[in-house]
Every structure is written in C-alpha cells, then in structure tokens.
Design a protein around this ligand. Structure first.
Ligand code: CTP
Ligand code: MG
Length: 225
C-alpha cells in the first residue's frame, strides 16, 4: 500500500510565511504528523510526498527519520502535485494495488479513518472517501447574494482525506483529467466510477486558517504528545 501526500501548497490562507506543511504544531510539522499518522495506521508501507519544488531538500530533511517516505517536487496546482506523486509511486511501490491520497494539512486524521478507507478499497470498492454530515444549513444564492433555494442537507456530506483507490482506477482518472480539481474521487465519478463513503472524523479537519491551527494546537497536539 502506498500513500501520496500532496504537501506542495504555499499555505496562503494560513499566512505563516513558510509552506503550510512545514508549520509546526506542538513541536512537530503538519507534514511529519501526517506521514507518521499514515505509517502508524499499520496499513501504509510507502509514502510519496509532493513538496514545494524549491523546498524538496528541506522537506526531505524533515522526513529523514522515515526511510519509507520519498519526496518529489510538486506542481502549481494540487492536481499536478498528486499526478507527480502518482507517477513516482510506480517506482517506489511497483506492486501496490491500493493507493491513498492524503492532504498534509489533515495532519491529525485518526488511524481508524485511514484503516476504514483502506479496508473498504481492499474489500472491492474502486474509490472511497471519508465523510461527515453537514451541520450548517446550506443555501444556494445568486450573484447578488440573495437566496435562491435551501438545499436539503440530509443527503450532503463534507469530504475529508485520505481518499482511497484501486491504483489503476486513480491512474485512469488522472489520465483522463484535463483540468484542475481539489477532489480526486471527483475524477473517478466523472468516468462513471462508483465512490463509496466511510465515516470521517472531526480530528481530520483540514488546517486552512490561523483559527484551524489554534484549534489543532489547543485540542489536538497536546492530546497526542
Ligand atoms: N497542495 C499541493 N500542491 C499545490 C497546492 C496544494 O500539494 N500546488 C496540497 C497542500 O500542500 C495541502 C493540500 O494540497 O496539503 C490541500 O491544499 P490547501 O489546504 O489549499 O493548502 P495550500 O494550497 O497550501 O493552502 P492555500 O490554498 O491557503 O495557499
Ligand atoms: Mg490551496
């Protein structure tokens, strides 16, 4: 089993002055936590990290203690970063039949979520995403911001990572993908592939803003160290 970790973003919304993956929480970077979390799940043997192209050596040094982590240069968009990591996975783990794609920014994802995603793929699902029910009321608005309709949230789900795939399914999806997406499973849907859900977890939140980082520091990091 191989996991791809897109970590090549700049972290503009966090505004920490360094790429988000390298931002420490409780003394350890988000990237290091994300990679260690994957390996600690017991389901992942190899990790391919897509780093900011000008930070490949810094990122490799950050992960030097983890021989099963490999670092490649990412691209301008997340799609490019995942594509490069997926290409590298063919060398790093040529026999892998299942692949995970996991954002470095979801550094506190519990092992149980990782295990549930892998198990669902191994039991035959071509693509699997962890999801949470949506708690806010969702409204659709027009260009002026006026409400057009209220969406029935009972059938809505917020999607987390890791997303899991039969590796050939993800390769086919990326071969067919022409444009940019933040959702790998969405590429499978476009090809008519079935995407299954498993329960996500609040701790798998994507650390995007300074508020999210403060939550991680106060709630998540102390509990783990
Ligand atoms: N990512 C990536 N390559 C890119 C852009 C994003 O590998 N060109 C990764 C990020 O490093 C992150 C994940 O995709 O782990 C989700 O992206 P996001 O949360 O948007 O992170 P950033 O793009 O770094 O943040 P921002 O959009 O605020 O700049
Ligand atoms: Mg981004």
């Amino acid at each position: 089993m191989v996991a791809l970790v897109p970590a090549a973003g700049r972290g503009v919304r966090l505004g920490a002055g360094v790429p988000k993956a390298l931002v420490p929480v409780g003394g350890r970077s988000l990237l290091s936590r994300a990679v260690r979390g994957l390996l600690a799940s017991g389901r992942v043997q190899h990790v391919v990290v897509a780093a900011p192209p000008d930070q490949v050596e810094v990122v490799a040094a950050e992960l030097a203690e983890l021989p099963s982590a490999h670092v490649v240069p990412g691209g301008a968009e997340r799609t490019d970063s995942v594509r490069r990591a997926l290409d590298a996975a063919a060398q790093v783990a040529p026999d892998a039949r299942v692949v995970l794609v996991h954002d470095a920014a979801r550094a506190f994802t519990p092992a149980s979520v990782i295990q549930d995603v892998v198990d669902a793929v191994e039991q035959g699902a071509p693509a699997v995403v962890p999801v949470l029910p949506v708690t806010d009321t969702i409204k659709q608005v027009d260009d002026a911001g006026d409400v057009v309709s209220t969406v029935d949230r009972a059938r809505l789900r917020a999607v987390q990572t890791p997303q899991g795939f039969a590796i050939d399914v993800l390769r086919d999806a990326y071969a067919a993908a022409g444009d940019i997406t933040t959702d790998d499973a969405g590429l499978v849907e476009r090809l008519g592939g079935e995407v299954r859900t498993v329960p996500g977890h609040p701790h798998a939140l994507k650390i995007t803003t300074a508020f999210d980082l403060a939550i991680a520091e106060s709630v998540l990091a102390p509990a783990e160290d």
